[in-house]
Design a protein around this ligand. Structure first.
Ligand code: PAF
Length: 283
């Protein structure tokens, strides 16, 4: 497995693979890889001849009040995990390689980015769309893999690829969980012992919501309120949002009459965690 730091090196390698008639899968990440990322690499390996991952903590998607500086980083661990899953190349650029001093072009999106995480993180998706667009232009993959844990991000990327006619297939992969149900996330590392235990309330509250839906409840206000009440039983938890939205447009819906996403964001202490389910995956 190669680790490269420059755009030129990525392009040279991918050009070589293309000459050999090989297909390329791509897994964009911010590093501190865990089994969730490993499953994206596994999916890419299954579908493509070569797999590239990027490890880049993208400053543009963090607000000044957020955790850019403290975001966990461990490139040696990332290399070992990626290699053990058969990754062919890691692109690990410095910020200056990605953003020149006079950088001034952005990819922005309305509607889908204005709900859910877009409310408390208003600049986040502009940063995500811009960097993913750049990474797609650098790697030029056939297929790109994103986790369903960041469900709004997945919908936003799919929408961007469609709007901007990018010739890339976007593949959403299932959430990977710890044995006790907590969704894997690089940010779980921020939790102390007591918070780690309290964080189980996210998956437990979602299970509660799923059971209600399976029993036939279609009124989203009822389901949301049941999930909120469950989360409020946990003293360390503070709700950012609990929402049920159309799974493509990310707009709130009143009745479960189409494929929907039930998404939550909850602070456990100072750590903001997200989790979700798609109704099409449970019904
Ligand atoms: O999901 C992430 O890790 C990031 O948002 C992404 C897609 C790598 C863009 O920086």
């Amino acid at each position: 497995m190669k680790t490269v730091k420059t755009i030129t090196e990525v392009r040279e390698q991918v050009r070589q693979w293309r000459k050999e008639g090989l297909t390329v899968g791509f897994v964009p990440t911010m590093g501190y890889l865990h089994e969730g990322h490993a499953s994206l690499i596994d999916n890419s390996k299954r579908d493509n001849d070569r797999t590239v991952i990027s490890v880049f903590v993208n400053p543009m998607q963090f607000a000044p009040t957020e955790d850019l500086e403290s975001y966990p980083r461990d490139i040696e661990h990332d290399k070992a995990l990626a290699e053990s899953h058969g990754c062919d190349m890691i692109f690990n650029p410095e910020p200056e390689e990605m953003y020149s001093e006079n950088f001034s072009s952005f990819v922005d999106m309305t509607v889908l980015t204005e709900n859910l995480c877009g409310i408390s993180r208003p600049i986040h998706f502009r940063g995500v769309c811009t960097v993913v667009n750049k990474l797609f232009n650098i790697v030029k993959p056939d297929k790109a893999y994103f986790g369903k844990k960041d469900a709004q991000q997945l919908a936003v990327i799919r929408h961007m690829v469609n709007d901007l006619n990018m010739d890339i297939e976007v593949i959403g992969c299932p959430i990977v969980r710890e044995n006790d149900g907590l969704a894997k996330s690089s940010r779980n590392t921020y939790l102390n012992g007591e918070e780690r235990q309290s964080a189980l309330i996210l998956s437990q509250a979602l299970e509660f919501g799923k059971a209600l839906i399976k029993s036939g409840e279609k009124n989203t206000a009822e389901i949301i309120s049941a999930i909120e009440n469950k989360i409020k039983t946990q003293p360390l938890a503070r709700i950012d949002y609990v929402k049920i939205v159309d799974s493509e447009t990310m707009q709130d819906i009143a009745t479960l009459d189409r494929n929907a996403l039930c998404a939550i964001a909850v602070y456990i202490g100072r750590t903001r965690l997200i989790d979700n389910f798609f109704t099409e995956d449970i019904l």
